[in-house]
Design a protein around this ligand. Structure first.
Ligand SMILES: [Zn+2]
Length: 108
């Protein structure tokens, strides 16, 4: 975990940059690009289609990762955005998650 994600992030960032390079100034580009799933599975390199503007929105938050719908791992991340083409997950602090699990379901 970690290494794979940062490599794919770099690739994804390049894709976003390419889109901005091709876009004409002042013209919003609406093209769908194939980014790479940033889930925790080392073997996963599934494509995710989204607009570069959508990807930029995800990258604006350091803790957010782009994934193929359904690739989230409930123990370490939570889905913060969901749509037809992709999902956005946020890393859950492992310690905080362990505490939450230990506390069990809310009783109030
Ligand atoms: Zn994946």
């Amino acid at each position: 975990m970690g290494r794979n994600e940062s490599l794919f992030r770099e690739v994804n960032e390049r894709i976003g940059q390419l889109d901005r390079t091709l876009a004409r100034p002042g013209l919003e580009t609406d093209s769908l690009w194939e980014f790479i799933c940033e889930c925790g599975d080392q073997a996963c390199c599934e494509p995710v289609s989204l607009r570069s503007s959508e990807y930029e929105g995800i990258r604006a938050r350091a803790t957010s990762f782009l994934i193929v719908p359904g690739h989230d791992v409930a123990e370490i991340e939570r889905v913060v955005e969901r749509c037809e083409r992709f999902e956005v997950v946020e890393k859950v602090d492992p310690d905080a998650a362990a505490v939450a699990t230990a506390r069990g379901p809310r009783t109030t």
